[in-house]
Write a protein that binds this ligand. Structure first.
Ligand code: UD1
Ligand code: MG
Length: 424
């Protein structure tokens, strides 16, 4: 009880405790419900194993429900100081006309809107797993799910200007601050669409969705904790604290899920997990007001999306699955390839550009030099092309290391280059 009382004084400590609880709950619940999911048809075939064994899918639902549960429990915690009438937690005016502390409705609104958007995305992800929604439709789902979040952003922060980097100021004759107005809301909606879908297309090997989310989430958490420690602005501190409250339990459920999803997988997260994870990053970035940092830590996802464009937009054939394949003789996973024989000149031109950049492995007819096939355009396949076939667990680790390297570079850019670009 004493520990409990002590913890209530510190929202961060409560958030950390709930993250640990979320980890244990996710880790314990997944094996309990796996068989029930399989019995009701919620399973996938593990395509990188011999005989395609059946594995329970959509475990993102368990991770997401545990996450929402602990987040609901956490709702009163940041407001304890208000209830104790000690101080105004919003840090704004403090007391009303009668000297009574004012409740920080704005902070509560932000918190609830973030949870509503996350809940919607979790639900839509599960629906996608069950009925396999068409790509043309599902790409827009985050646009609807982010409306509550953007609405609350509008009535609380409504900060729509950006600080123009110094080199662009002289070049385009711009002021230090440029107000993007409604375009800024378009940008935030685009971030929600991007974050959810971009993780979903670096997928298909045991643990690969989880490991990238673990690295991105940890990088965002470290960045926000650092900002909380160094900033002298109360509003920046509160914005980053909200992000921390969203990220800590997310990392808890992700580690719990990843322990079962790691090679050899005993469960798959499904689109439910990747949509929920992507939306968590978008919510943390929007409420914490560090959307550019989120993109900085998602450079591998940006690369993979741009790299995939020729296939995603139909210039080059896009099979249902672009994941690597198992070589049953060696036990290693190898790149998968796509035929270029029916590809139109525009598609071939795109492949040629990638070839010049050493970003694709093209097979050509030795006599005519015509393109016959190339590897499927995904980061996972590209790593297999560059570093050769390896075991599935190693191929997943390669994606994890790539993510880690780019997050470290992201920190250098955020705290090194940003100073050069934005000082003044
Ligand atoms: C996205 C990718 C697709 C990739 C798939 C893998 C695009 C445009 N789409 O499609 O290329 O093949 O993800 O998730 O890039 N699976 C495994 N091992 C794993 C995880 C998943 O074999 O470790 C298989 C299972 O059969 C599972 C299926 O992938 O059922 C899930 O695929 P799904 O999430 O439905 O594919 P998409 O998201 O549509
Ligand atoms: Mg998927």
């Amino acid at each position: 009880v004493a520990v409990g009382i002590a913890l209530v004084h510190n929202a961060l400590a409560v958030s950390l405790s709930l993250a640990v609880l979320a980890y244990y709950a996710t880790y314990s619940f997944i094996p309990l419900v796996s068989d029930v999911f399989i019995k009701h048809g919620r399973f996938g075939k593990d395509r990188l194993k011999k005989d395609f064994p059946v594995v329970a899918e959509s475990m993102g639902l368990i991770a997401g429900c545990v996450y929402l549960g602990v987040m609901f429990l956490f709702i009163p915690v940041p407001f304890v100081p208000f209830f104790r009438q000690q101080t105004d937690v919003s840090g704004t005016s403090g007391l009303d006309f009668f000297g009574v502390p004012m409740f920080p409705h704005e902070t509560l609104g932000q918190y609830l809107a973030g949870l509503l958007s996350l809940f919607s995305m979790l639900f839509l992800g599960f629906v996608d797993d069950v009925v396999d929604i068409k790509w043309r439709v599902k790409i827009w789902m985050p646009l609807v799910a982010c409306i509550p979040l953007l609405m609350v952003y509008m009535v609380t922060y409504n900060v729509t200007h950006i600080v123009v980097p110094i080199p662009f100021r002289g070049l385009f004759g711009l002021e230090k601050l440029v107000d993007l107005g409604i375009l800024y809301y378009g940008y935030m909606a685009a971030l929600c669409i991007f974050a959810t879908n971009a993780i979903n297309i670096i997928a298909g090997m045991n643990g690969v969705e989880g490991i990238q989310c673990l690295v991105i989430g940890s990088a965002l958490l470290i960045n926000s904790l650092y900002q909380v420690a160094i900033t002298t602005y109360q509003s920046t501190k509160e914005a980053h604290l909200i992000a921390v409250y969203f990220l800590l339990p997310f990392l808890g459920v992700t580690i719990g899920y990843l322990r079962h999803n790691w090679y050899p997988s005993k469960c798959f997260g499904g689109d439910t997990y990747v949509y929920f994870a992507g939306m968590t990053f978008a919510v943390a970035g929007i409420l914490g007001r560090f959307t550019k940092t989120v993109l900085l830590f998602m450079v591998p996802q940006i690369f993979n999306f741009l790299y995939s464009c020729p296939q995603l937009f139909g210039f080059v054939e896009c099979p249902r699955h672009r994941m690597p394949q198992l070589n049953s003789e060696t036990g290693n996973v190898e790149q998968t390839r796509v035929s270029l024989e029916k590809t139109k000149p525009l598609g071939k031109a795109m492949i040629r550009i990638l070839e010049v950049l050493y970003l694709v492995d093209v097979e050509r007819d030795p006599k005519t030099n015509k393109m016959i096939s190339c590897n499927n355009l995904t980061l996972i396949n590209l790593l297999l092309v560059k570093f050769g076939p390896t075991t599935e667990a190693n191929a997943t680790l390669r994606v994890g290391y790539t993510q880690l390297v780019f997050c470290l570079l992201g920190f250098c850019a955020r705290y090194g280059l940003a100073f050069l670009f934005y000082r003044q």
